[in-house]
Design a protein around this ligand. Structure first.
Ligand SMILES: [Fe+2]
Length: 262
């Protein structure tokens, strides 16, 4: 893959997004949200790559993965008006199918093409597929980190904003009530990511998003998480019970531990 390929891909992506623009205000907010998210995920992946001292070719591949990782979101929203994969389609798989169908990567060497398609396909899987080879697994880890870092930003901005008319599809239509489900707290003692099937309220979703820390792969990702103060900003959006404070402390320890691994 060459620099010119990446330039062409960016132009393709920009045109692709425009083809989904809508005159409906709510729909347009949701489409813009994903277009903007893609830009930030690209920035994150380039920054993580820089901190990992990846070479130019690997950094370009990583940027292409970030550019395409959510292309499935656009037709998903157009058809189902939701970002919930469980009630519509798997947007990673759909993204990989679009890349193949549109032939957008046809000019790339087979290795590069396969790697981008696999990373897009599995960026949202619950865990990294065991059958993925080391190189593919590495790029899947990169995109999962860069993606999570921006999803935290999107949610924190949403929760901190007084404008609750922001793109509503992001809270998965869950009820925004003060309660959270006690059962999901046990995931933290086992350092496990909370499963989506456990979600009952928006607070549960916030707690689930905090458990993503257990699935963050690279030290630079922990650095960016910490620099941006995401932990305390997320915690500030939850009821300040003893249980939640305990989770805060254990997550702080976990992050500090991972930062020391550098
Ligand atoms: Fe995604």
């Amino acid at each position: 893959m060459e620099k010119d390929d990446l330039i062409l891909f960016k132009k393709w992506f920009s045109d692709y997004c425009k083809s989904f623009y809508s005159s409906d205000i709510e729909d347009q907010k949701n489409i813009s949200l994903k277009e903007h998210h893609t830009d930030r995920v690209r920035e994150n992946i380039v920054e993580i790559s820089r901190r990992l001292s990846l070479d130019g070719h690997k950094t370009m591949l990583a940027e292409a993965v970030a550019l395409f990782h959510d292309i499935g979101r656009f037709p998903q929203y157009a058809q189902y008006k939701t970002f919930r994969d469980s009630v519509s389609v798997n947007h990673g798989l759909l993204g990989a199918q679009i890349l193949l169908k549109e032939g957008i990567l046809h000019a790339l060497p087979e290795n590069d093409r396969g790697l981008i398609i696999e990373a897009v396909k599995f960026h949202n899987a619950f865990s990294i597929p065991k059958k993925a080879n080391n190189t593919v697994a590495f790029f899947i880890k990169l995109i999962r980190d860069a993606d999570k870092l921006d999803i935290w930003r999107v949610f924190i901005e949403y929760y901190e904003s007084s404008d609750k008319n922001m793109a509503r599809a992001i809270t998965l239509e869950l009820p925004d009530i003060p309660e959270y489900s006690k059962d999901i707290l046990s995931y933290f003692s086992q350092k496990r990511v909370v499963s989506h099937s456990q979600l009952k309220t928006v607070n549960d979703f916030k707690i689930l998003q905090l458990s993503w820390l257990y699935d963050l792969n690279f030290t630079p990702s922990f650095q960016l998480f910490s620099d941006r103060d995401y932990l305390s900003r997320m915690m500030a959006q939850l009821p300040q019970t003893e249980e939640i404070q305990e989770i805060t402390r254990s997550l702080e320890n976990f992050v500090n531990q991972r930062l020391k691994n550098d």
